[in-house]
Design a protein around this ligand. Sequence first.
Ligand code: HEM
Length: 159
Amino acid sequence: MPNTFVLARVLHVLGVVIWIGGVAMVTMVILPAIRRFEQPERRVEVFEAIEGRFARIAKVATVIVGLTGFYMVERMNAWALFGLASHWWLPGMVAVWLLFTLVLFVLEPLFLHRWFHEHGQSEPERTFKLVQIMHWVLLAVSLTVIVGVVAGSHGWFLF
Ligand code: HEM
């Protein structure tokens, strides 16, 4: 394959590392640490400052991952593989990408940010628990897809 394909794969994986690595950091380190803060206002303030900065980085990464991903599918002429059970990780990648795109570009600016700001102050325990669970779900799905694509694209199919 010509080098533009390799370049696309390099940028794709770099985008995934920064984006999903950031999600892992927020889920496994930052959220549990913030939940131990005494004052609820401080929890909301610190989490919004961190998540706000990360959201900007994640937005750029999702755009790069999406563009390079679709470019690779087109170059490999792999559209037909989307229907094969052995290649479940192809629609899996698109599903993860769509989910994050929806959260970052639509739900967050529309209402998630406001919802978190209000409920994080009035019901801190419940809100942070819910946010933590949602982050674990997103991270678990993303990591499952990463395992599938790295194994599958190197010839190790689960079924
Ligand atoms: C629009 C969304 C996406 C499309 C169309 C897409 C498409 C692709 C394609 C065609 C490949 C090359 C597969 C092969 O060589 O057989 C690839 C590689 C890869 N993708 Fe995606 N992808 C997308 C989003 C994602 C997401 C969200 C993740 C992470 C959760 C991800 C993780 C990876 C990884 C880690 C590789 C490298 C696999 C390897 O070379 O070992 N992709 N992607």
